[in-house]
Design a protein around this ligand. Structure first.
Ligand code: SF4
Length: 413
């Protein structure tokens, strides 16, 4: 098969993986005529990392052949798709060719499992090793690893990569048993734990002066949302576990997208995209705003409100904690005010040392008054207790009903 045909199949097969952002990676470069590649190249703008940095990666699978049969995956054993496989040399050639043509800053390489986990890992490593050792490639490399592979191989992969990841895919073993019966959550957690130890060791070595050490700086994972009955509470509890125990750099929430010739256990429709968005917002609250999962969701409400962002939804459920005084409230309490982000809270803490804060100051900080006013006291504003207690407050924040298109036919139920 022609290289271009393989690329078409294997790049398309890789598009379902969302966990390929490069935020936080140490930047290599080839300044001074040494080596090939740079993670900070100019003029390449194909995608955005969560930190806002523009990156472009060659994102491919080594092969879409797989001995596993995960129901949600287009590459599963029982799927009737066209199969292809690169050799390690072909991926190296593509990466270098694309890099030299300024199409990419790096490589995101994943693979179906061929023969067994170790064999697949060895092939993935062969690509990264050749790029780094033979061509002195200093661009970004993200390698997807396989939890069943031997720890030694995963460790070697981490030495050539900037980021490594293992996809958890589903938050509980119960869900895996139904949709990915060959996968085991404890095995994956153990592999993540071992990676964490190696990442910490590399961090220590760098801190102690080993500036030349090449080693991945972080790990990430992906979960699929909406492929089964897992609730948002299941996802957030798992994320809490992963951030807390393995210092996961990111958990990516990827809305399930229906695949051709789907298995009968899958839903027919994708979940609303806003669900994925709300999970990212809740995840953000846990990581940067001091919220616990149990505050965002409860056993009675295990799913996020799709109409309101989770911080606003929390504030509406906890009205007794508001309003807070912008002049005296602690950083923790200000962070809980809907409409106040981390940066603005820090600015408020700075400027309030020099005088009383007015609504005009909030406008200057580009804070949405509509959102903060019911929850915040300033020297010239004290929100109405009646509004804070009333049912109208929730209605005030609900999205506007969509205007029906007069000229399009609508189904009437
Ligand atoms: S192991 Fe990976 S590639 Fe294979 S079927 Fe499962 S999700 Fe797909």
């Amino acid at each position: 098969m022609e290289l271009e045909s393989k690329l078409a199949i294997l790049a398309d097969a890789a598009k379902y993986d969302a966990s390929c952002a490069s935020s936080g990676a140490v930047r290599g470069n080839s300044l001074g005529g040494k080596g090939v590649g740079s993670t900070g190249g100019a003029g390449i703008c194909h995608s955005y990392a969560p930190d806002g940095r523009c990156i472009s990666l060659l994102k491919v699978l080594l092969t879409n052949l797989c001995i596993y049969d995960c129901h949600y995956c287009i590459n599963r054993r029982s799927s009737n798709v066209r199969r292809a496989a690169f050799t390690a040399e072909e991926v190296v050639k593509l990466t270098l060719d694309f890099y030299k043509r300024n199409y990419i800053e790096g490589l995101f390489l994943s693979s179906g499992i061929i023969r067994n986990a170790d064999h697949t890992m060895e092939m993935v490593i062969a690509v990264a090793r050749t790029l780094r050792e033979t061509y002195d490639f200093r661009g970004y490399i993200h390698l997807k690893t396989i939890p069943e592979a031997s720890p030694e191989l995963i460790e070697i992969a981490a030495r050539y990569a900037d980021r490594i990841s293992i996809n958890l895919e589903l938050p509980t073993q119960k869900s895996l048993d139904i949709l990915a019966p060959e996968k085991n959550i404890n095995r994956t957690r153990h592999a993540m734990g071992r990676i964490r130890i190696k990442l910490d060791e590399a961090h220590e070595r760098r801190k102690n002066g080993d500036k030349k050490l090449r080693h991945a700086t972080g790990q990430s994972t992906q979960v699929i949302v909406g492929a089964d009955a897992s609730t948002d509470a299941d996802f957030l509890a798992r994320s809490d576990d992963l951030y807390g125990n393995f210092k996961m750099r990111r958990v990516y929430y990827s809305a399930f997208s229906p695949i051709p010739e789907p298995s009968s256990v899958l839903p027919l429709k994708a979940p609303p995209l806003v669900r994925e968005h709300r999970l990212y917002q809740a995840d953000w609250l846990m990581r940067f705003y001091g919220f616990k999962t149990s505050e965002i969701l409860t056993p009675e409400t295990p799913n996020l409100d799709l109409d309101l962002d989770p911080k606003l939804a929390w504030a509406l459920r906890n009205r007794q904690d508001f309003p807070v005084d912008v002049q005296t409230a602690s950083r923790e309490n200000l962070l809980r005010v809907p409409g106040l982000g981390v940066r603005n809270v820090d600015r408020i803490l700075h400027i309030r040392r020099f005088g009383k804060i007015r609504l005009a100051d909030l406008i200057r900080l580009r804070i949405s008054l509509k959102k903060v006013q019911p929850f915040l006291i300033t020297v010239d504003h004290n929100p109405s207790a009646l509004l804070l207690d009333s049912d109208r407050l929730r209605a005030r924040f609900l999205p506007k009903p969509q205007q029906l298109d007069l000229f399009a036919p609508h189904e009437i139920r």
